[in-house]
Each structure stands twice: as C-alpha cells, then as structure tokens.
Design a protein around this ligand. Structure first.
Ligand SMILES: NC(=O)c1ccc[n+]([C@@H]2O[C@H](COP(=O)([O-])OP(=O)(O)OC[C@H]3O[C@@H](n4cnc5c(N)ncnc54)[C@H](O)[C@@H]3O)[C@@H](O)[C@H]2O)c1
Length: 430
C-alpha cells in the first residue's frame, strides 16, 4: 500500500458529494485514479489487464512534469518603470477538489508554461496536504479562502457535482475565471441560476467537456467543418466503458444519460455543429449492477439534429476489449471516421493471423492529452482574456438531452428537447 492509499484507508467514507469533515479522505479507488495519472502518460501493459475502476496502478502520484504546453502569460504583465519588459506574471490557478479529476488538472497546470498552481482546496486535510506537496503548492481546507486569494486568476472546480453551483456563483461574484467540470449540475434550473450570475458578472466559464480536445475528434470536426464530406447526413457515435463503475458510484451517478452519455451528446453537437432537436432511446439493464441501481447499462439513442442530420449513440457500461470511443460522420461527398487509441500501433502478422494491441481501457489514458489540452485552453483563455472554447450553453445542452433521453425511456417514445427544457419553453424560445 502506498502512502496515499494508507492515508485513504484511514477513512473511506467521503465520496460523491458528501463532504464528511470527520473523514480524512475518499476511498482507495479514488487514490487509484490519482495514482494512475502520475508523471508522464501512463502506459498500460497489454499483459496486465487493468480495469476502469480497479486499484491496479502502482505508478507513484506525480506532480510536476517538464513544461510542454504552449506558453500562456497574462496580457497585463506590463513593463518595469525603467521601460524594460517585465517578467510575465504567471496565470494563477486554484483548484477546488483535488480528487481524481482535480489531480489530472493539477498535473496539466504544472506542465503549462505561464501558469502557476497557487493552491488546492479540499476538506480532507491529510489528503489535501499530500496532493499539495506533490504539486508544490498550498493546501487550504476552505474553498472560499482559495477564491478570495488575490493571486488566483482562475479557479478549476473539480469538487463533486452537488457543490459546483455554489462554487461557480462564488467565483463569478469574485470576478474569477472559471473552469467547471461537467456537469455544471444535473438540474437545469440550477444550471440556469449559475449561467445568469456568470452572464451578469461577465466572467468567463469553461465547461470540462474534454473530448473536444481529443486529437481524433478535433480532426473529425475540422474535416466536417471544411465541407470535405459534404453536408452531414448521419453519424454514429460508439461510447463503451470497459466495466461498470462501483455500485455506490452508480447509485449516485444520476444515471447513464447524465453520467456517461452527456459526453456523447456534447460530441454530437460538436461534430455536427448543430443542436440536438429530439432523441429516441431503446435501452436495457442487462447486468445486476444497473438493475440494482435502477439504471440502464446498454442504450441506443437516435438523435435528430437541427441541421437535418441524424445519428445514433451507442452506450454500454461494459466492453470486453477496452474503452471503445469511436465516431463516424457520413456526408453527401464522403465520410470521416475517428477510431480508438491504443498504447501502441504495432501490428503483428503471422500465419496464425494478424493482431494489434487493444484500445486503452481507462478514460484517463484515452483522454490524457485531451485533459492537458483543455486545461491549456483554460490558461490561455485567462491569460489572453480570449474566447471561451466550451461555454455555459455547451455545458447546458447535453443535460437537456440527457433529461429528454430519460423521458424517452420512461414513455417509450421520441422526445423533443423543448419538452424538457422548461425554462426555454416558458420564455417562448424555440
Ligand atoms: N470530464 C470528465 O471526463 C470527468 C471525469 C471524472 C470526473 N468528472 C467530474 O469531476 C467532478 C469530481 O469528480 P471526481 O471523480 O474527481 O471526484 P472525487 O471524489 O475523486 O474528487 C472530489 C474531491 O472533492 C473533494 N470535496 C468534497 N467536497 C468538497 C467541497 N465542498 N469543496 C471542495 N472539495 C470537496 C473531495 O474530498 C475529493 O477530493 C464531478 O463533477 C465529476 O462529474 C469529470
């Protein structure tokens, strides 16, 4: 057992939205994720199967890595009184919640030139101090202290979802740029309250749909946008996890549409450059984990887009050959396909057959570069006061689609998104 797991073992009760201040830290499985995001891109040995939620990583928790991302410095760095250029002031970033995703972001910030991780906030002292030490930064128990810190220009919210809204609003009122992990909230009215404050205060909010920064999906998007395949007619998104999450996670996940498919609803909007108008879902709970959680583990969603395109998303909580993340977009002049990613691209051909490595089986491996990319985009956005690459409306739309998908399952019919988007319906927005 490594040191961090030993700390975690003292108390394992504090996951998923319950900030039990008497506990020292979430479970060891969270620590496994932390361990898995150690220095350098973790490479899975094809000889040692690792699974999504298992404690199988032995790589030590890694902090700083050699800076790799593009330099991003504040535009207000100015000059010295002597007229000589001032040393650019780094963009100060604070992270709220340093669990598995908070550490992914801490690692990315540590490798981004022109960014400085000013502090991390987490209610669990031993754990928070350990993470802070790994990343050579300061730990604070109270996230409000981090938000009030004048050296913090931008705040990364990686706390459990139920805390996002309060933290977004506090950051916005304090004038801080915000990166919020998806989802902003699982409740549309709560999302709207947040977005109102963001709008009123004029701060920038970037929502953590990191798949938009995956090189495959970016290329698919740019090919579609270039017109090379003509008008988009259909698309097929395949999104399968290697194995279901633990029962306690499933029970609080919000269900397959909010927890898992929301990424795919975002991808449909991203690659098509259009809004989702309606969804129709067929699904099943094939395994006991989903049955006991009252959820589904296998679903096919048919989507109709505002530009006339239509497509399917296939989700499965289990996939025997790894983390299956693919897309095809078919147009009037051709198609574009984005495939899986593997630790290597070696193909072995013998008289017995032709074999290649399996895809990554862990989302943090598959999307390692995407997480770095989105955090680099956040730092650049803050430094240059630039465009928001994934804004509040992008954070909201997949949640509307998820609500529509839930209703489609319940009523066994096609559901238009405006049926569940009560705020827009009340405002008379089409
Ligand atoms: N974009 C993605 O692919 C992706 C992947 C994983 C998680 N997420 C999202 O990130 C968020 C966090 O998920 P996670 O898996 O890292 O969870 P986690 O449980 O591993 O980490 C959450 C951390 O927040 C801390 N915390 C608890 N209450 C807090 C509070 N009130 N203020 C500050 N910190 C608090 C916990 O101690 C813990 O360290 C969730 O919203 C989740 O949906 C997104």
């Amino acid at each position: 057992m490594n040191v961090l797991c030993a700390i975690a073992a003292e108390s394992v009760e504090a996951r998923d939205g319950v900030a039990n201040k008497t506990s020292s830290r979430p479970s060891c499985s969270t620590m496994a994720f932390a361990t898995a995001v150690g220095v350098g891109a973790p490479v899975r040995s094809s000889l040692v199967p690792t699974r999504h939620h298992e404690l199988t990583r032995s790589r030590p928790l890694g902090g700083r890595v050699a800076p790799t991302a593009a330099a991003a410095v504040r535009m207000d760095a100015g000059a010295t009184s002597s007229g000589a250029p001032a040393t650019p002031k780094p963009v100060g970033i604070g992270i709220i919640g340093c669990g598995r995703i908070g550490q992914v972001h801490a690692k990315a910030i540590s490798s981004t030139l022109g960014a400085k991780l000013v502090a991390v906030a987490d209610p669990f002292e031993k754990f928070g101090r350990s993470v802070a030490a790994e990343f050579s930064t300061t730990w604070v128990a109270d996230w409000k202290e981090l938000v009030a810190n004048p050296d913090v220009d931008g705040v990364v919210i990686g706390s459990p979802t139920p805390f996002h809204a309060e933290q977004i609003i506090a950051c916005a009122e304090a004038g801080k740029a915000i990166f919020c992990e998806k989802p902003i909230s699982n409740d549309l009215a709560t999302i709207d309250s947040c977005l109102e404050v963001v709008e009123r205060t004029g701060v920038k909010l970037l929502v953590g749909f990191q798949r938009r920064f995956d090189s495959n999906f970016q290329k698919v998007k740019s090919v579609v946008a270039s017109g090379a395949i003509g008008d988009v007619r259909t698309f097929t998104i395949t999104s399968r996890d290697p194995s279901p999450p633990p029962a306690d996670y499933l029970a609080k996940s919000g269900g397959i549409f909010l927890d898992m498919a929301s990424h795919d609803f975002d991808m449909a909007r991203f690659v098509c450059g259009a809004e989702i108008e309606s969804v129709y879902v067929t699904g099943a709970a094939i395994e006991s984990a989903a049955q006991e959680a009252g959820d589904l583990d296998t679903v096919v969603t048919v989507l109709k887009m505002s530009n006339g395109a239509f497509g399917t998303i296939e989700n499965s909580r289990r996939c025997g050959f790894g983390y299956d993340q693919r897309i095809e977009v078919f147009g009037g002049k051709g198609s574009v396909v984005g495939g899986n990613k593997s630790a290597d691209t070696v193909t072995v051909s013998t008289e017995a057959g032709i074999g290649a490595g399996l895809p990554y089986d862990f989302f943090m491996d598959r999307y390692a570069a995407a997480y770095t990319g989105i955090m680099g985009a956040f730092v650049t956005m803050v430094a240059q006061d630039g465009e928001v690459p994934v804004g509040g409306a992008d954070g909201r739309a997949p949640i509307v689609a998820a609500k529509a998908a839930q209703l489609s399952v319940k009523e066994g019919r096609l559901v238009r998104l405006d049926e569940v988007d009560l705020v827009k319906a009340a405002a008379g927005v089409a």
